[in-house]
Write a protein of this length. Structure first.
Length: 255
């Protein structure tokens, strides 16, 4: 499947949104097979394509071959700007240092081509928190700050990752009220009068109690959000994590 590159003036009807692949090529390939039957016009990655998992080079090669645009995640920052390694806990830092050794120079250059945000079709895409932070976690932000950020944002829909946990936050226009709830598998029609902050979960290392790969399809014409759960060969990834000598924690989180 060949994809169209994204720019601000391109309008897509259906976009598959992936986040936090984390070097899990087995999960990524399963998700891409699922996407092929979904009739999407484009795919966007919300960053953290690398880190934790055993196949960063393969994941980047797939992303490049499929021409999938990506924003910068904090794990990409850890590779392309070594000074950012200090913000990671010791286990994650070890993983990123090993990831650096597993990536080709060409792939590292590709990571540097990512931007902190992508904007298309009344949507903003960022890894951590809008308008363009790759490092700020949603759980670090107060509801009041979320409310102010959404209110000031030009776009009505913002998609984020970083926490590996599916969630939708709504700023209701008529009530000036913020509501939060977890995202479940299936489809949900959104009110275009409101503004939304949508966490797309994780392809490669979900942390919502279900170890299937997660991704989202956004249908802008129907204003419909569809959350997909995809089964894949988790034991294959686990074996590769152990074989690569990566921290055991990354394998245990998948099981």
């Amino acid at each position: 499947m060949r994809l169209t590159l994204v720019n601000r003036n391109t309008v897509f009807m259906k976009t598959a949104i992936l986040s936090d692949i984390h070097s899990n090529a087995t999960a990524l390939l399963a998700v891409l097979r699922n996407i092929e039957s979904s009739g999407v016009d484009s795919i966007i990655s919300l960053g953290d394509n690398i880190g934790y998992g055993p196949e960063p080079e393969k994941v980047i090669n797939i992303i490049r071959a499929k021409e999938i645009p990506s924003v910068t995640g904090n794990h990409e920052l850890g590779v392309i700007q070594p000074g950012f390694l200090a913000i990671f806990n010791p286990v994650a830092r070890t993983s990123i240092e090993m990831t650096i050794d597993l990536l080709s120079d060409d792939s590292k250059r590709h990571l540097k081509s990512f931007s902190n945000t992508i904007v298309q079709d009344d949507c903003r895409f960022v890894h951590g928190f809008p308008p363009e932070s790759p490092t700020k976690y949603l759980f670090e932000v107060s509801n009041e700050e979320i409310k102010q950020t959404l209110a000031s944002m030009n776009e009505r829909f913002c998609f984020i990752g970083h926490t590996h946990d599916l969630e939708i936050i709504t700023l209701e226009a008529d009530k000036d009220m913020l509501s939060r709830k977890p995202l479940k598998k299936g489809s949900l029609t959104l009110d275009p009068a409101n503004k939304y902050l949508i966490n797309a979960g994780s392809v490669g290392q979900p942390r919502d109690g279900n170890n299937q790969a997660k991704y989202i399809i956004w249908d802008s014409s129907a204003c419909e959000l569809t959350v997909k759960f995809v089964s894949y060969n988790i034991s294959d990834t686990v074996k590769k994590i152990y074989k690569a000598g990566l921290p055991e924690q990354h394998a245990l989180r998948l099981m």
